[in-house]
Design a protein around this ligand. Structure first.
Ligand SMILES: Nc1ncnc2c1ncn2[C@@H]1O[C@H](COP(=O)(O)OP(=O)(O)OP(=O)(O)O)[C@@H](O)[C@H]1O
Ligand SMILES: [Mg+2]
Length: 482
């Protein structure tokens, strides 16, 4: 029987909820304040905690922090009388599963609880299932959110989708952080398509390739004759995206002047074409992406902090492909299907050696690299199966670095497929070597804390009691960052 703890100082609400959930087959305890709630938690493990945000002696945020420290896997649902999405989003970023607003509706509560418990069950299954090479998994409709977008089933993917679904309906600006090729633009598009702006334009701008001279007219447009060479009137990207979403890729590359002009435009919600006095009202949602460390650029005076905070109303961290376990094969099969259509071929599957290689390789170019490799392999395959020799040597010959092979949870949130490869390094590795044991403990701790704070490195450094620079260096040393 699943155990639920209700922490709510409105005794009537707690009692009603308790009765309702007991009738629905749960084992329920109630606490009327934070302190007694924590007492229950210290002595029992619960599957789920329903916690009122406002309590006499503390609040939902504190309780959530404590629960996540004691039992990271326990689901927490926050009950709030204030339908304040900002606070709820904050709590979800901190690890709450979801929130429900008062007045409470039995169906809604039961629905949310069941979903939370299902998710928890799925996560446990994944943990237990570390060694399984995926069965031929099919890309089904559910896994394709917006057209070509494969969602995947790994824990980081589910988290990603949850964040997309959460932020899409709002007007929040979003920063998408992640290595090259992890799908930042695909996620931006997906947010747009799942938002109320979906039938308005989605305009993508690559700020990495903008020259300093052209940047202003690309953003704001210009009137004919406003400067030498302005032969025609040009509509800027802000104007083009009006009503919809403007996606700025490689935003870290913008010059300081342009950053100032951008900030003004975003704050004033108005744009003027260069050479014009007419102000045009703007209603544009901004999504930006970068694979640079913007915090670092701020410290070095290359990126404006005020602009960063404007953009960072919600941050999404893109998991690298190597951390996405079985998704590698879901994506590979999706790309194989597309390549077959493109090339009029019927290559239906990957050989077991190819699957093993795919799961072990580190994919520095992430999804883009996988896509290219699969397209190439589909072309080279002679029969209906992709053989090992259709992969480039750097992939078919790939050996894991010693530390990674040795780590019990290699560079990864949840999957341990790497362990299957009995590379010689694994056997010869001195398991009782103290330095490695210390490194391993450090690795686990850093990864755990980063996950707890949703990869917010400033917070992680605070918790780990080291400065940010040390954290970056350590992450680099264990290949956790760029
Ligand atoms: N979830 C997904 N399902 C299917 N294809 C995807 C998915 N995510 C990314 N792709 C594909 O992978 C390629 C790289 O994705 P995208 O351009 O979004 O990455 P990026 O993070 O913006 O890369 P860069 O940092 O180089 O700009 C694209 O061809 C995209 O279509
Ligand atoms: Mg991109």
């Amino acid at each position: 029987m699943k155990k639920i703890l209700i922490i709510d100082d409105e005794v009537n609400v707690a009692l009603l909820l308790s009765k309702f959930l007991t009738r629905n087959g749960f084992d329920v305890e109630t606490a009327s304040n934070g302190a007694s709630g924590m007492d229950f938690l210290k002595n029992n493990e619960f599957n789920l905690v329903l916690c009122d945000y406002r309590l006499e002696d503390t609040d939902g945020r504190e309780i959530l922090k404590n629960i996540k420290t004691l039992y990271p896997k326990t689901g927490v649902i926050i009950i709030t009388g204030y339908s304040d999405i900002k606070m709820a989003v904050e709590l979800i970023k901190m690890g709450a599963y979801d929130y429900i607003t008062k007045p409470l509706y039995p169906d809604e509560i039961l629905n949310t609880i069941n979903k939370a418990i299902e998710t928890q069950y799925a996560l446990q299954q994944e943990d237990e299932d570390v060694a399984a090479i995926p069965e031929k998994s099919k890309t089904n409709k559910k896994q394709v959110l917006a057209g070509e977008f494969v969602v995947g089933t790994s824990r980081p993917s589910k988290e990603l989708v949850r964040q997309i679904e959460l932020v899409a309906p709002t007007n929040y600006s979003v920063i998408i952080l992640g290595e090259s090729g992890t799908g930042k633009e695909a996620v931006a598009k997906s947010i747009h398509l799942s938002s109320p702006r979906h039938n308005k334009p989605f305009i993508a701008m690559d700020c990495g390739s903008l020259t300093k001279e052209l940047a202003a007219s690309e953003f704001f447009g210009h009137e004919k004759g406003s400067f030498t060479g302005a032969l025609y009137t040009k509509i800027g990207h802000f104007e083009m995206a009006n009503g919809g979403t403007l996606f700025l890729d490689e935003v870290g590359n913008l010059s300081y002047d342009i950053q100032a002009a951008l900030l003004r435009t975003v704050q004033e919600r108005k744009v003027k074409r260069i050479g014009s006095t007419k102000e045009i009202d703007l209603d544009v949602r901004i999504i930006v992406a970068t694979n640079e460390n913007l915090q670092d650029s701020i410290l070095k005076g290359r990126f404006r902090e005020d602009l960063y905070h404007r953009f960072n109303e919600f941050g999404i961290y893109m998991p690298p492909l190597r951390d996405r376990g079985n998704d590698i094969m879901l994506l590979a099969e999706h790309f194989l299907k597309i390549a077959n259509e493109e090339l009029s071929r019927a290559v239906s599957t990957f050989s077991p050696e190819v699957v093993e290689c795919f799961l072990n390789y580190r994919w520095p170019g992430n999804i883009r690299e996988l896509k290219n490799i699969v397209r190439r392999a589909a072309l080279l395959a002679e029969g209906d199966e992709v053989p090992l020799k259709a992969l480039p040597l750097e992939i078919s010959n790939y050996k894991m670095p010693a530390f990674e092979a040795y780590s019990p949870n290699p560079h990864n949130f949840n999957h341990g497929q790497h362990q299957q490869t009995e590379a010689p390094e694994v056997k010869e590795h001195p398991k009782h070597d103290l330095k490695n044991a210390a490194l391993e403990a450090e690795y686990e701790t850093i990864l755990r804390v980063l996950r707890e704070v949703n990869f917010n490195k400033t917070k992680a450094a605070e918790i780990l009691k080291i400065d940010r620079k040390t954290l970056y260096n350590k992450m680099k040393a264990i290949n956790l960052g760029k």
